[in-house]
Design a protein around this ligand. Structure first.
Ligand code: DP6
Length: 334
């Protein structure tokens, strides 16, 4: 085994992923197969850096702090997947995993996308798995669906795929980071952690939301429209697709039993302020995930004006401006 260090950037979905495919009889749900495809933008300044190397026993540190149970269990289970992907039947060699999340503390952005993407690349490098990027993307997906999109920079599509083994459920880059000079404004509306984790929330939505089937049935059209708008660098069309995908996802969440409500009052005020700004000719489009923050896509030249405007919405704590980010990278040392 070798040592490997990887850097992967976080991403934000413009066309959303919410919900897993129902498990097929006899198949492990460890494949983490999404019910819908998704389309994302990789983010420049928000990244995870992970080192995997040989060790007398499995040890995991996150931001310099030793972690046991919970997150550590998920990390080592992910390394087991990588080891199994080599065709190995025996035990995996013990590993030291050191991970640092460079996400502004109040970012309100999940680190699971960048974290599992970096772990997949560093783990594959350290455990000497020779794999195509498609295989690595499928492996990252098993750690976290959004992680499969973080292997690439720029604008990325994760296809839903049809095969039961998930081998066609992989992400691919549509356009690199320098393709389009856009910005994402991260508008913070609360501090603290989300109430319902996305993995559990998705399962509850699939099982109980009467809107889940409609959400799934309309997703492919959103993906096609989003991809076409990206190809044309058509912000107004992409923005409309993006907002509708987000509202459909939250409608599906709200109709879950018990309801899943990630928003707060400020979330709604920010969305309203965006609509008003558009009417005044300041163009930005909103999205939000499993939390109360709003992320706004706009042209680079609009960003300063929109940032100032959104800082003025009562209850907004901070606004960060982020650019499209690069591909994930890995360095392997002997
Ligand atoms: C709302 O990728 O975190 O951010 O696959 O269960 O780990 P798991 O879920 P995760 O879900 C992301 C959900 C979302 C939308 C998105 O990023 O597409």
């Amino acid at each position: 085994m070798r040592s490997a260090r990887a850097i992967a950037h976080s991403n934000i979905a413009l066309v959303k992923y919410w919900g897993k495919r129902a498990a097929v009889a006899g198949q492990t749900d460890d494949l983490n197969l999404p019910a819908v495809g998704s389309l994302s933008m990789t983010l420049d300044s928000l990244r995870s850096e992970t080192q995997v190397g040989p060790s007398p026993a499995d040890v995991f540190t996150l931001n310099g702090e030793a972690i046991e149970g919970g997150m550590a269990t998920k990390v080592f289970r992910h390394l087991d997947r990588i080891w199994t992907a080599r065709g190995e039947k025996g035990a995996r060699p013990p590993c030291a995993v050191d991970s640092i999340n460079h996400l502004p503390t109040s970012a309100g952005l999940a680190s699971s996308a960048s974290g599992f993407a970096a772990l997949t690349l560093a783990g594959a490098g350290a455990l000497e798995l020779e794999a195509s990027t498609a295989t690595l993307s499928a492996l990252a997906r098993r750690g976290s669906g959004s992680a499969s999109r973080s292997l690439w920079g720029g604008f990325v599509r994760l296809d839903r795929g049809e095969l039961a083994d998930g081998s066609d459920c992989v992400a691919r880059q549509l356009f690199p980071a320098d393709y389009w000079d856009v910005r994402l404004l991260v508008v913070h509306t609360a501090r603290g952690k989300k109430a319902v984790g996305s993995t559990a929330g998705m399962e509850e939505s699939r099982a109980t939301s009467p809107y889940f089937d409609a959400w799934v049935a309309t997703s492919e059209a959103d993906l096609a429209a989003g991809e076409a708008a990206l190809a044309a660098r058509d912000l107004a069309t992409l923005g409309a697709v993006m907002e509708q995908s987000m509202f459909k996802m939250h409608a599906c969440m709200l109709a879950t039993r018990p309801p899943i409500l990630y928003w707060n009052g400020v979330t709604l005020e920010v969305l309203r302020a965006l609509w008003e700004a558009r009417q005044a000719g300041i163009e930005g489009y909103g999205t939000s995930d499993a939390g109360p923050h709003v992320k706004v896509l706009c042209a680079s030249e609009t960003a300063p004006k929109l940032e100032a405007l959104l800082r003025g919405v009562p209850g907004v704590l901070a606004v960060d401006t982020v650019r499209p980010g690069p591909d994930a990278q890995v360095e392997v040392s002997p």
